[in-house]
Ligand binder design. Sequence first.
Ligand SMILES: NC(=O)c1ccc[n+]([C@@H]2O[C@H](COP(=O)([O-])OP(=O)(O)OC[C@H]3O[C@@H](n4cnc5c(N)ncnc54)[C@H](OP(=O)(O)O)[C@@H]3O)[C@@H](O)[C@H]2O)c1
Length: 414
Amino acid sequence: MNASSSSSSPPQTQTQTAWTYTTQGLPRQILSINHNYPVPPPPSGTDLFIRVTHISLNPGCYITLEAIPTWVRRLVSGGKTEYVPEGEFSGIVVSVGSDVGDNSSSSSSTPSPSSDSNADPKFTSFQQFKPGTRVFGCLPVPSLLGGSGTLAQFISVPSTQVCVVPSKNMTMAEAAGLSGAGLTAWAMLNEVPGYGVSEIEREGSKPRVFINGGSGGVGTMLIQLAKAQGAYVVATCSERSRELVKSLGTDEVIDYRANSPLPEYLSRHYSSASTRFTHILDTIGSQSLFESCASYLESTGVYINVGNFEGIFKTVFRAFWNEWAEVRARWGMGFIGGVPRTYKMISTTPNGAKAAILAKMVEEGKLRVVVDEVVGFHAQESDGDGKGRGVLDAYDRMLARNVMGKIVVKVQNP
Ligand SMILES: NC(=O)c1ccc[n+]([C@@H]2O[C@H](COP(=O)([O-])OP(=O)(O)OC[C@H]3O[C@@H](n4cnc5c(N)ncnc54)[C@H](OP(=O)(O)O)[C@@H]3O)[C@@H](O)[C@H]2O)c1
């Protein structure tokens, strides 16, 4: 008998429905629905027990499903043999651990944003978490690697990973897509020391930001956050995404398919002193774009990459190689791949305190999560006419890399 509950009432049974896997591979090969997956134990310490309403899919998840051997997962998870994918969620607090405390002195649903991009994690303690609170967030990295994911009806999460859903301008489906992509974009714009977009503005000139891949989860966030921070934004996408990318505030949209190869196009149109970029923010991970960037990226600019669409192992190797490209170029070793520009590969560790910065922006109408499609939790196959699409169809779309913004799974009604 599997768990059922409404609103914030605790589950009536010890089992629940979850998508699980026991081996390494692509989602359609390894995922199946399990109606008897154990419900997490009651929350202890600072944990929250959450009834999940929505989750959003993240490319990092299907990449690691395929890349991480099962023995590694078993090791990280302390011996588990069945795993749940995904890390982002929105849902409703069912119960709280004994150390979550009563923060009822707070009057706001979300705390004020901090101008410090590394906002103090204690910030979260100003948020009220109690049964019935609508929340969103992202699991900590060890849970992701250990396969204690969110594609399930109930989860237990440290409260430091969680943020209250803004009181206006945001649905639960949108909330599920805010943390991962939003905080990655935030980090690209604000957390590389010496290269923050607002630092450039303070020096008197407007930052000129080029976004490679403006229509995906990270790209749609980057455009809005860069515009909110005063940048001039040029972004790529395919023709079908042009209207969306424009509507988010992009100043110039480039169709990367019609203008291929992109590095040559940029060299032709963006190499003058007034058109060169201060930041190239790559959500795709295009090696050729970096190798040619000296002609369209200012010498004091930065190339920041989070993408791995050319392959995860290649990307990891290149990250190391590219970080030294500037040194090679300056020591006269350009012939072995030197590029006289600064390259940074970054990742982010989402937490509730930082998510509160984005939640506040949403509440104020300055940021929105673009949701491409909301699919069902139970449907396993498309019925062929676009209705009844489920989890596996959603993964197929992710793998085909044709999602605009975020793709969300509705697990149960809020
Ligand atoms: N989402 C996160 O939380 C997160 C966090 C950290 C790192 N990352 C990494 O960042 C990368 C991007 O993630 P994401 O969530 O933004 O991916 P995504 O949403 O799956 O990106 C899909 C989009 O990529 C566009 N695209 C595909 N090839 C392109 C190309 N050559 N040039 C420009 N656009 C292209 C497609 O746009 P068109 O249809 O317009 O072509 C599609 O809309 C991934 O490698 C991911 O692992 C993501």
